[in-house]
Design a protein around this ligand. Structure first.
Ligand SMILES: Cc1cc2nc3c(=O)[nH]c(=O)nc-3n(C[C@H](O)[C@H](O)[C@H](O)COP(=O)(O)OP(=O)(O)OC[C@H]3O[C@@H](n4cnc5c(N)ncnc54)[C@H](O)[C@@H]3O)c2cc1C
Length: 464
């Protein structure tokens, strides 16, 4: 068994692992990264964020081609299969792996491909695919092993028509009818992708409102547009059992309903990748979801071991994972790059896209904060009209006395980009975070950012 010595060893090469490794390496530390996959990028690149966003982009292009009258001059609406659109996602994955592999090489970070586990608090053993075991000894170790779909014992995931968000990427046909069980962010995103391909989707929600953490108006808009695209949303339902057939599945619900479809996509919950880490050897406990607890410095109960990304739970986003990893390493190298990551915007790549930051109307009303609302509808904006993207709205919530921007909620074209303008203003101190910024600043025209000016005037006009 070969033994290698490092300052920092990072387990996992997803966004959290990459953020940690780059920060430590740039501060001059000798760093190694271990990943059980033979390529870097993590589940984010191979199974989660990147493939789902690439799929969505292709589906949006197909929808535009099929609905924009201009394209009728070059052909009738066309149907594309799921495997067709998957191919374009695979090309993006390859490009991402190649860029990220380059980052590790440029920063002189050693990569070990194999499954890592703790032998003791400073030693990680890596079992490589060829059976060879490498021993890495490090002063500090960062756990960034991410998460995977939760698989309840009473659902048979070996059945060829039962998928979860990882295995759906192996789907080799296009179902006519698909059940998506679980209407969280991943379930709603896949409902948009499949319905965009013309698949009839039954979206099963355990609750009475889609994505209830969103502003109610935005959640309502999502429900409307999903239904408009042939998604049948069934609220307040729970599964009793899932029956596999030769050519499909029947979902038995506790309410007595039975739903038949060609396939079922399970999107209900995730679990931290901690079971193979040998945490019992170093006394780190995990919760019922396999997640590791950390303090505000991303430190576990063992002082030289840190954790970041999905493996620590909330918010389980790639965006946050990168910064958490960077912050964990910031603690190790003490280079002022630490911050506790709690200012994460919401970006949801449904059709339409959704994004928000700050408080919503429900929260402000409950807190008895006197706020006012300013809105801009994309259907009236030049850039949206030029782009044939009339669906959408930007809503700014601001304090009616101080004019401080308290929340920005958006759905429609470019929503996840647009929100950052509001986020930048909300992060300013004193009067600089006033809604007046949007009426006293000249923006490019025509742009989607113009929505801020329109919404700000709309809101300020409501004051008396
Ligand atoms: C369908 C889907 C869509 C998503 N869309 C978005 C989105 O649009 N925006 C967003 O911000 N987030 C999105 N997410 C969430 C995002 O993908 C995760 O938050 C992110 O991947 C977490 O990064 P991470 O670095 O913690 O871990 P991961 O990306 O999960 O990477 C962890 C890595 O560790 C490796 N590993 C595990 N165990 C070991 C071990 N014992 N030894 C060595 N290596 C190990 C794994 O193989 C993996 O490569 C999505 C997730 C899914 C499933």
């Amino acid at each position: 068994m070969a033994v290698y010595n490092y300052d920092v060893v990072v387990l996992g090469s997803g966004p959290a692992g990459e953020g940690a490794a780059m920060n430590a390496a740039k501060a001059g530390r000798k760093v190694a990264v271990v990943d059980s996959r033979r390529e870097v990028g993590g589940n984010c690149t191979h199974l989660g964020t990147i493939p789902s966003k690439a799929l969505r982009h292709s589906v949006r292009q197909i929808m535009q081609f099929n609905t924009n009258p201009m394209f009728r001059q070059i052909g009738e609406p066309r149907w594309f299969s799921f495997p067709d659109v998957l191919k374009s996602a695979e090309r993006v994955i390859d490009k991402q792996v190649s860029s990220r592999t380059g980052y590790y090489a440029r920063n002189r970070i050693d990569l070990f491909f194999g499954t890592g586990s703790f032998a003791d608090e400073q030693t990680v053993e890596v079992v490589c695919p060829n059976g060879v075991v490498e021993k890495l000894v490090a002063k500090q170790i960062v756990i960034a092993t991410g998460s995977r779909p939760y698989r309840p014992a009473d659902v048979d995931f070996r059945h060829p028509r039962v998928y979860e968000s990882d295995t759906i990427l192996t789907l080799s046909h296009t179902p006519r009818r698909l059940i998506i069980y679980g209407a969280g962010v991943i379930g709603c995103e896949y409902a948009s992708i499949f319905s965009g391909l013309g698949v009839l989707v039954d979206l099963i929600d355990n609750r009475d409102q889609l994505l209830s953490f969103l502003d109610a108006e935005i959640s309502d808009a999502l429900s409307y547009h999903l239904r408009n695209n042939n998604v049948l949303i069934r609220h307040n339902e729970e599964y009793e059992s899932i029956e596999g057939l030769d050519n499909g599945v029947i979902l038995h619900l506790k309410s007595g309903k039975k739903i038949k479809a060609d396939a079922l996509l399970w999107c209900n919950g995730r679990t931290g990748n901690t079971d193979k880490l040998g945490l019992e050897n170093i006394g780190i406990q995990v919760n019922g979801r396999g997640q590791v607890e950390v303090d505000q410095n991303y430190r576990t109960d063992v002082s030289n071991i840190f954790a970041a990304g999905d493996v620590i739970g909330w918010p389980s986003l790639a965006s946050a994972a990168y910064d958490q990893g960077r912050s964990a390493a910031g603690n190790i190298v003490e280079n002022d790059s630490w911050r506790f990551v709690d200012d994460v915007p919401t970006g949801i790549y449904t059709i339409p896209e959704i994004s928000s930051i700050g408080k919503n109307e429900r929260e402000l009303t409950q807190a008895k904060i006197p706020y006012e609302v300013g809105k801009a509808f994309f259907k009236s904006m030049a850039r949206a009209q030029i782009s044939h993207e009339p669906v959408g709205m930007l809503k700014i919530l601001f304090h009616r006395e101080t004019l401080e921007v308290l929340g920005v909620h958006c759905f429609g074209y470019q929503a996840s980009e647009i929100v950052h303008i509001g986020q930048a203003i909300m992060n300013q101190k004193g009067e600089a975070n006033s809604i007046k910024y949007f009426v006293n600043t000249t923006f490019n025209y025509p742009t989607m950012a113009e929505a801020y000016r329109v919404a700000a005037f709309d809101g300020l006009n409501r004051l008396f």
